[in-house]
Structures are given as structure tokens and as C-alpha cells.
Design a protein around this ligand. Structure first.
Ligand code: FES
Length: 133
């Protein structure tokens, strides 16, 4: 007599599926226009946050030269523009940890859906009731 495979003494018990931590890659343009506006310091600041779930990489021109420093977050495909070093902790906390992109830094042309009704609104009207930045 054989024991059914699911009752085998060495069978592995099924477990609850575990949440796989979200992994991100941050690309920071290090080409001419972005370098002139301080993208090297933005890269350096992001590098302090490197972890198993966060890869940080210098990139060549991202094709958005007029609004650097430019930062692209993948796999979310979120584009930030005019990022300064003091924006990095906010991006880390709200987007990479909290899952909410930092609205005020979004590239306006590439993220129209985030900005269709608030483009000319004062910043205080842009803030969401849930603490969105
Ligand atoms: S130089 Fe940075 S996007 Fe082109």
C-alpha cells in the first residue's frame, strides 16, 4: 500500500503565500543638462538608500533634458523632474516605501493623468487629504 503524495511523511505543508517585497530601480540622468542642474548630487543622495530592494544607477540622457535633474523609477515607470537632493528622502518615504508617487515632482507632460485638474492650482490645493505630497 502506498501513501498518497500529499500525506507523505516528508511532504511539505502548503503555506500562506508571502508578499514579495517591491523592488525598484532608480535611474538618475548623468548627462550634460542634468549634470548642470545638480544630478550628480541627486545620484549621491539616492545611493545612501541602496538596499536589496533598491537599485540606484546613473543613466545616460533620458530624453527630457529641459527639466533636469531627471529621475525614472522602474518598474513603476514614474518620471520625476527637477529633483533636488532634499527631495530624495521624500521620494523614498512616500513612493518607494509608501507606494504613492510624489505628485509635485512628477514630470507634467509624462504624467498628465496625475495633473489634469490641478496644473495651475496653488500648492495648498494640490495636497490631498491623505497626506499626498
Ligand atoms: S541630459 Fe538629462 S535627460 Fe537629457
Amino acid at each position: 500500500m502506498t501513501t498518497p503524495p500529499d500525506h507523505h511523511p516528508n511532504a511539505i505543508e502548503p503555506q500562506e503565500p508571502r508578499a514579495i517585497p517591491q523592488r525598484h530601480c532608480i535611474l538618475i540622468c548623468q548627462h550634460r543638462s542634468c549634470l548642470r542642474t545638480g544630478s550628480d548630487q541627486v545620484l549621491k543622495t539616492f545611493q545612501a538608500y541602496i538596499s536589496p530592494n533598491l537599485m540606484v544607477s546613473a543613466s545616460s540622457c533620458l530624453g527630457q533634458c529641459g527639466c533636469g535633474p531627471n529621475v525614472r523609477v522602474i518598474p513603476d515607470d514614474i518620471w520625476y523632474c527637477r529633483v533636488q537632493p532634499n527631495d530624495v528622502p521624500i521620494i523614498f518615504e512616500h513612493h518607494l516605501q509608501g507606494g504613492k508617487p510624489v505628485r509635485r515632482l512628477l514630470h507634467r507632460r509624462l504624467h498628465l493623468q496625475y495633473d489634469a485638474y490641478s496644473y495651475n492650482a496653488p500648492k495648498s490645493e494640490n495636497a490631498g487629504s491623505d497626506g499626498e505630497v
